[in-house]
Design a protein around this ligand. Structure first.
Ligand code: BGC
Length: 723
């Protein structure tokens, strides 16, 4: 046994030393499926293999009909299954059967702090993909929200690698439970849209390992994702599609990834570099398909001996591996699309994602017996978010707007009137956000006049999918479209004003936070957004969302701006803040945010007590078992998320004050106490030592913080780690 282990270790070292990219495959355990795949690959001509490695249309690559290998079909994600576009053109195919469920956006899913919701999301996506005969869903997307202006923040879950990982794993499992491959994206360090195809993100290895890679690692190793998308940007000098360290060394060799690496659309730049660095499938390039980097040029490179056939075989095997779990799998489900069950899942996610930011006068939940009239004000009250901007959207069967949701819930008993209040500027698919912040005084006057006549005013403001879009970053944190002026005027006119912000990323809410007593955050919250919002406003749902990212008081407080490293100089973004991303930065530098990571209120209150650990001292292989009592001290049931952070005292290396290591969301009935158990493996407390390239669990004392948010810490304990 021992001898075998040594031989295995020697084999790995040899593979690494010889630098043969195909060697990684040899390390993986071979099972019956590998043998079957090997047998198929043996029957294929080189030309047939090469055909499988590049797109043959916008969203597919070729199969081998002679061997009954089907085309590989994929579609976007992550908001739902994208409508059918023409085979060779982005224009709609005008199908009548592709209306789908619009699922809440990534930061909404993250705000649920509930992996069960991520799993529901995945199942819906998988079922709908099957109904559309797509075998790869280009989802979920979960890059770290490094800076608040990134155009894709709304897609990218959160600023924390652990939260991202826990959700990504369940999203992947949900999708793949339907025999559809998740394609997790965008690997890696894809944190800005400005210069997204050319920027070089310079990140030290410790930061890469501790912040930017863990969620991908979890999606691959715990979620068993069958595909991954390489990002557009460069990391440490190499494009992600030709980054040997990211693809061959880390993903395939270290993490044992057996699936396929798919390029982002148009993200391939060279034949040899990409082929030898571990990219498996080229998608979205321009020009004739047979001229793509992985088409004729790759065939020529193999014939010239610059890429070995072994490398090609490895790529083909990976694509077949994906197929044998999806289109070629047994009992492949037929799927279903836009069903009531899917609406219900979208509703469940949305209703757990809404964040109550302020409720100082207990105006919420609305007392529907006393309130006789409501003014719903704001363009976003009647707007839909399934489509817009440059990124992939969903052709929805239906999307309940805020106004429709409120009317359906209260209409009849309560008089619900609407005023537009502001008009979102049309920015187009590739527009800019300049000049999009002009108040429209006539619309404001109408809104004020209406607000004066009603018991309550509900202001629906925020952004939309044009304003937050793939392909561009926002210019600043300002609320757009003159919304601040509208909020100030309506708030002055009606003391019972509720502000509802619908957006996917942090904005400047300083003024609103000062002047308004009631603030709710909703998102691009899917097909049932309006229903979920109405249920939160009226108390049918007790809000339980928590912010997945920090809202800085000012942009200059956030790390990339404080250190002037965004968008980078000469196409180089130096990640000088290192591991201090998000709350890690604000905590450690003692900068107060406007709303901190993990923040969100409820209509009830929770008291934390009795944080207990199963030991005072642990060894590296141990598990820390923590328990804490959480009592619902109010009169209605509600969900609380216990957040467990850990910090090393007197660390030998720079560290964040504390880092999220576990969390649990639980439903607690009024006056009941739940004993919440959480566990953390001691080896997960390790830092990555850049000089030895090893994970190190520091000995010594640690502090464990149990909180309702990253700043609202209710219980603290200490423990130590020893030899
Ligand atoms: C995006 C990907 C998307 C692909 C195909 C790219 O521009 O970055 O997320 O999956 O297009 O639509």
């Amino acid at each position: 046994m021992k001898n075998n282990t040594y031989l295995y270790a020697i084999a790995i070292c040899l593979a690494l030393l010889t630098g043969d990219p195909a060697r990684g495959y040899a390390q993986r355990k071979s099972g019956p499926l590998d043998l079957k795949i090997n047998a198929i690959v043996k029957k294929m001509t080189l030309e047939e293999k090469i055909d499988m490695l590049h797109g043959n249309a916008l969203f597919s690559s070729a199969g081998v009909p002679r061997l009954a290998i089907p085309e590989l079909t994929c579609d976007d994600g992550p908001l739902g299954v994208r409508e059918e576009v023409l085979r060779f053109d982005w224009k709609s195919a005008n199908w009548t059967t592709d209306s789908a469920t619009f699922l809440p956006n990534g930061s909404a899913i993250a705000a649920t702090w509930n992996p069960v919701m991520a799993n529901k999301y995945g199942i819906v996506l998988g079922e709908e993909a099957n109904a559309r005969k797509k075998i790869v869903m280009l989802a979920p997307a979960f890059n770290i929200c490094r800076m608040p202006l990134c155009g894709r923040t709304y897609e990218y879950y959160s600023e924390d690698p652990y939260l991202n990982g826990q959700l990504a794993v369940q999203a992947v499992k949900g999708i793949q439970s339907q025999h559809v491959a998740a394609c997790v994206k965008h690997y890696a360090v894809n944190n800005q849209e400005i210069n997204r195809s050319t920027v070089n993100a310079v990140v030290d290895e410790r930061t890469l390992r501790e912040i930017y890679l863990p969620a991908f690692k979890a999606a691959i190793q715990q979620g068993d994702a069958w595909s991954i998308m390489s990002a557009y940007n460069k990391v440490n000098g190499y494009w992600c599609s030709e980054n040997d360290i990211l693809l061959n060394q880390i993903l395939k060799k270290e993490w044992g990834f057996k699936g396929a690496v798919i390029s982002d659309w148009g993200g391939v730049h060279h034949t040899l570099a990409a082929a030898n660095a571990g990219l498996d499938l080229e998608m979205g390039s321009s020009g004739p398909y047979d001229q793509w980097y992985f088409a004729k040029p790759l065939l020529a490179a193999v014939k010239a001996g610059k890429v070995t056939e072994k490398v090609i075989d490895d790529k083909v095997r990976r694509i077949l591996w994906l197929m044998y779990h999806t289109s070629l799998s047994e009992n492949h489900p037929n799927g279903s699309i836009a069903t009531p069950a899917h609406d219900k899942a979208a509703y469940d996610i949305a209703s757990e994602s809404i964040v109550l930011l302020k409720n100082d006068q207990h105006l919420l939940p609305l007392n529907t017996k006393a309130v006789k009239s409501i003014a719903v004000i704001g363009d976003n009250a009647t707007k839909t978010f399934a489509l817009g901007g440059y990124g992939a959207g969903v052709k929805v069967k239906h999307e309940i707007t805020a106004l429709a949701g409120i009317k359906a819930k209260l209409g009849g008993a309560v008089e619900v009137k609407f005023a537009q209040g502001y008009q979102a500027a049309s920015l187009g698919r590739r527009g800019t956000s300049e000049d999009s912040n002009k108040p429209d005084q006539a619309l404001i006057d109408q809104a004020v006049a209406l607000a004066k006549t009603t018991d309550v005013a509900i202001l629906c403001i925020g952004s939309n999918r044009e304003f937050e879009s793939e392909g561009r970053d926002r210019k600043n944190l300002e609320l757009p479209f003159g919304e601040q002026a509208l909020v100030s005027a309506v708030t002055a006119a009606n003391p019972n004003t509720i502000v509802v912000v619908m957006a996917g990323a942090p904005y400047d809410l300083n003024e609103i936070n000062k002047t308004n007593h009631t603030i709710i955050w909703s998102w691009f919250n899917g097909s049932e957004a309006g229903t979920a919002l109405a249920d939160v406003l009226t108390g049918t749902v007790n809000p339980s969302g928590k912010m997945p990212f920090t809202f800085p008081v000012s942009l200059k407080d956030s790390p990339a701006f404080a250190l002037n490293t965004y968008p980078g100089e000469n196409l180089t973004a130096n990640y000088a803040e290192g591991i201090l991303v998000g709350y890690r930065w604000y905590d450690t530098k003692k900068i107060d945010p406007l709303y901190c990571f993990g923040y969100g209120l409820s209509y009830t209150e929770f008291a934390f007590s009795n944080l207990k650990l199963n030991n005072k001292s642990y060894r590296e292989g141990d598990k820390i078992m923590a328990s804490i009592n959480v009592k619902n001290t109010g009169s209605i049931s509600g969900k609380e998320t216990v957040q467990l952070y850990i910090g090393k005292l007197n660390s030998a290396v720079p560290r964040a004050e504390k880092e999220l290591r576990s969390f649990k969301k639980i439903l607690i009935a009024p006056s009941q106490t739940a004993v919440v158990s959480l566990s953390v493996a001691v080896h997960d407390l390790a830092y990555f030592d850049d000089s030895t390239k090893k994970w190190v669990v520091e000995k010594g004392n640690y502090k464990i913080f149990a909180g309702s948010s990253s700043k609202d810490i209710r219980q603290v304990a200490t423990f130590s780690v020893h030899n």
